[in-house]
Design a protein around this ligand. Sequence first.
Ligand code: FE
Ligand code: FE
Ligand code: ZN
Length: 283
Amino acid sequence: MSEKPRIYVGCHLSVTNGYEAMGKTMLDFGGNTFAFFTRNPRGGRTKELPPEDAQALCALAERERFGPLVAHGSYTMNLCAAGAETRANALDMLQKDLLRMEQLPGNYYNFHPGAHTGQGIEAGVCLIAQALDAVLWSGMHTTVLLETMAGKGTEVGGRFEELRAIIDRVTLGDRLGVCLDTCHIWDAGYDLAHDLDGVLEEFDRVIGLERLYAVHFNDSKNPCGSHKDRHEKLGEGQLGLETLRRIALHPALAGRPFILETPNDDAGYIREIGLVRSWLAPD
Ligand code: FE
Ligand code: FE
Ligand code: ZN
């Protein structure tokens, strides 16, 4: 019978109708993974996760041979803010999110490392690592992913070295991985269009490809090195379709969930999921 799909592809979905409903929606969309916000991405409110709904989603994902799901933490969660209250609030969100993720064992939880708000990268790295040390536990069933960032403002994570430094400082570093956002690293200055192999080699050298668990698959409105972070539909941005196709087919990324965070409506996501699947080399 057929092998595992070479890559998993899906998009962000809304939790409004519950968890199993997202799985069904993704089946309708033609995908085999998805992302969702663990709470309102800007306000921080959570949606209840009833155990039976969580179990129904897990059963669907297993039956339909989905790849790992990639939950996304709130944008307001800043583990390395200068303000102690913002940091405490972020730590509380992270802890609660990770406890709730135990209802969906074996999946990923991705978050933006944070913005150091003027304290400097080194201080930011230390605060993020301290926070992770406080909330990770041995025996947890979620892999926690640091997202590569565009290096906008005081964001931590615009260089691979910064993510490596966080991982190195965390005691349970084996629970940590990285989610590579194609728009973000392009905007950060990693030239995926002209040196894809070189960028992935650099990732491997600095962080290690075995730490790369998921990809946020986006085109970018802006040129390489712009530090902007404005996502674009596949093929309508500065990365372009040919580069994106080479990324999706790159052997170093095989088997990872590819999550679309492109500015689309449902029809647009269905089209992009179909496009990515059409690129897959026949086994
Ligand atoms: Fe993100
Ligand atoms: Fe992203
Ligand atoms: Zn972004």
